[in-house]
Design a binder for this molecule. Sequence first.
Ligand SMILES: *Cc1c(COP(=O)(O)O)cnc(C)c1O
Length: 376
Amino acid sequence: MVDLQGQYAKIKDVVDPSIEEVMNSAAFINGPKVHQFQKNLEDYLGVKHVIPCANGTDALQIAMMGLGLKPGDEVITADFTFAATVEVIALLQLTPVLVDVDPVTFNIDVEAIKKAITPKTKAIVPVHLFGLPAEMDEIMALAKTHNLYVIEDNAQAIGASYTHKDGSKTKAGAIGDVASTSFFPSKNLGCYGDGGAIFTNDDDLAHTIRGVVNHGMYKRYHHDVVGVNSRLDSIQAAVLNAKLPHLDAYNAARRNAAKKYNNAFKNHANIITPKGLEINDGDDSHVFHQYTLNLNNVDRDALVAHLQEKNIPCGVYYPIPLHKQKAYVDDRYNESDFVITNQLVKSVISLPMHTELDDEQIEYITSTILNFINAN
Ligand SMILES: *Cc1c(COP(=O)(O)O)cnc(C)c1O
């Protein structure tokens, strides 16, 4: 699905000496590399504050702690996403409220959010799924009307831009009250271990969060709030400093691969290709963390088995709706509220997507898929 060795080989000359510097300095925690990365990422995203932390799941949890959400507060998020989002809501004893997604973008359905808002609702967590930012103008307007926080889960869309209704653009993660991201190795900006970050333009919230990530300390050994220990280590920061200058090129390579996939599957009756390339060439509205097809009248699981036989990696993101996961079942939910997610879990398939895909690989993958679908 990804080719991290191929990517590393091309930046080894920069990454290795940078890691060695950390080893020689022994500043493994909170060293200069971490501060440098924080500044670099603030500049790149156009956001006032980046607070690095240990991983993307912590980043979500810390964002919610920083906002002061309390047990019983309802937090609305998408049913069709990775479990981390709902997990931290539940962990903090907030009440997760899962809602359906849009069948075309796979992102949280704004009409479904509207229907789910109650007097207890405190926040919305849009996930920019597979690299495409959610409908942020509508979500921000809704949040304003109902006085809700917006926490962007930007783990899959770092570097993507959201185009507002007036044509202006903002980087995903710089729009809501606060955002989280992950630097898990296979993410669009991945380190060589675990890492994550929180972003915000709010000075007070940034100050609160800087304490939360560090045991609730604002003054050494004075613990004003219950916090956590969540740090990005200096070795990961060294890797990220070396990779951040390549992020736009990496995302362009992903878009380029997506374009070739889309071309191969164009106008096929059984294959719905992902949206996000139409806007214009070189546009950064979708950064293709995953390239995900929605199949129509195809035995998806048989195709998965066939691709495995042909040594073509593929993935099903995600095979089970969150509202059906044992940990998150809730008798307040109605199946009729999850028509799209219930369908997508049966019909989506994600193809290999990374910065090193070549034409020969794409040709082999697409022709294998087309041959299978056309023969069955
Ligand atoms: C990867 C991911 C996370 C969690 O990130 P980790 O660094 O693995 O904790 C959260 N949300 C989404 C949507 C993700 O894809």
